[in-house]
Design a protein around this ligand. Structure first.
Ligand SMILES: [Zn+2]
Length: 168
């Protein structure tokens, strides 16, 4: 059975929950259904619409969450795409490039690290993108916790029903 997207009362996405948890929240009156799946579920006596998107009745406070800085999360942020040539690669063929080279004071942070394929990394070497004539596809920034935690760059894998709610 497909999971459901749970929104805060403010419509901000909170998490992805199992269909059982979603039904429980509805039955307890803690959430309202915004979008139903086409499938239904039957108990001995009743038929329920399975929720696809539901919203909490009362707003919960969400602590500010940050995405852990790591090589694999940089690749995920960049959708496994070399930020110089634009090609996609598997993680084993990618490297981690300092936009402003380390030898010139560039730091290892979200805003100075991009995903690069090995050939582009070698070509760029210890130059800036401008010096190398290799403009970046995107300006690197720290990803927001949401929607990163729900599968950054893979929004296409989520049900169409969710899309209006994912990019708030
Ligand atoms: Zn490349």
């Amino acid at each position: 059975m497909d999971p459901a997207l749970l929104l805060n009362a403010s419509y901000e996405p909170l998490s992805i929950v199992t269909w059982k948890k979603a039904i429980t929240l509805l039955l307890l009156g803690k959430a309202e259904m915004l979008v139903a799946q086409s499938r239904k579920i039957r108990s001995a006596t009743e038929t329920f619409d399975l929720p696809s998107v539901l919203r909490l009745q009362r707003r919960v406070k969400v602590p500010h969450r940050r995405v852990h800085f790591s090589r694999s999360n940089v690749y995920r942020r960049d959708n496994y795409r070399c930020q110089y040539c634009g090609e996609r690669f598997s993680a084993s063929l990618l490297t981690f490039d300092h936009v402003l080279p380390r030898s010139r004071g560039g730091d290892t942070t979200w805003s100075n690290i991009v995903t690069s394929c090995q050939p582009c990394n070698r070509t760029k070497c210890s130059r800036t993108p401008a010096e190398a004539g290799m403009p970046l596809l995107n300006t690197p920034t720290e990803p927001r916790w949401w929607p990163f935690s729900a599968g950054a760059g893979n929004v296409d894998e989520h049900p169409d029903d969710w899309k209006p709610y994912l990019w708030i």
